[in-house]
Every structure is written in structure tokens, then in C-alpha cells.
Design a protein around this ligand. Sequence first.
Ligand SMILES: [Zn+2]
Ligand SMILES: [Zn+2]
Length: 165
Amino acid sequence: MRERLCPVCQVALVPQTHLGITIDVCPTCAGIWFDADELTRLHNLDPEILPRLDHQYQPLVERYDPPWERLCPVCREPLYRYNYLYTSPIVLDACDKCGGTWVDNGELEKMEQVLRDAKAMEIPPEAKAQVELAKIEAEHKEEVARKEFWLGLFNFMRARPRFPF
Ligand SMILES: [Zn+2]
Ligand SMILES: [Zn+2]
């Protein structure tokens, strides 16, 4: 079997087995290569494992973006970048051919956070805050309107021409 190289550092990845699943870890940058469905399988076996792996493997070098294209450790084809869950700011590298995913160190924890947040609420916190603010504003407007009504009535009564009797 051909050696699997880190797409970032180009050193040989080290196979590590967790929950019976063998992932490939870079001994230098601590990025992890997951074959096609390994990320999902690990997460399903233990939802807490992803952030744990992030802590277990620590990089020896400061994170950097190499000037060269990141290649799939298995197929040696260029990886394509995509945003995790489409809209998150987490950028992952995946291989079109074998379906594997490269995850830089630190990203697993962020992925877990995004998943947790998405699960915890049906609407994003900003939207919730907006709703609360709108409620307060509506109440305030109602109060102002009530005051204006009474003031208007008062002025109307006062301004009404007096009848001579
Ligand atoms: Zn590396
Ligand atoms: Zn591949």
C-alpha cells in the first residue's frame, strides 16, 4: 500500500484506530484524514469523539497554508474546499474521487460546536434577539399611541368652542 501523505506538510500520515475505525493523523500539523464515511461513523458511535481527537493530537508546527495545492493522500488528486454544513465558516478539504475528507487541527472542535448550536435551537440567536426587541418596541409604541390618544382627546375637549349656554 502506498504511503499516505499529509496534504499540508507532505509527510507520511500515521494510522490511528479509534472505536475500531482507523484514521490517518499527520504527526506534524495534527490534521486528520477521514476516509469516505469515517467522520459520520465516528460521530454516530460517539458524538463527543471529534473534539477529543482535536485535543489528543497536537500540532508540532504553527498552522500554515502551503503554497501548493492540497492533494488527496489516497488518490493524489487535488482536494476541493467546501464549507462544512454549507454555511459554516469552517472550510474542509474533500476528495471527489474517494470521498475522503481532510480536517485541519482545531476544526473538529469547531464542527462539534456548529452541530451543537444547530441542534440546540431551531432559530439562530440573532433572530431570537430580534423577536424580543420587536416585542418591546411594539409595547412601547402602543403605550405612546395610548398617551397620544388621551392627549389628543384632552386637547380636543379643551379646544371645543363653548356654547353660549
Ligand atoms: Zn501535516
Ligand atoms: Zn481521494
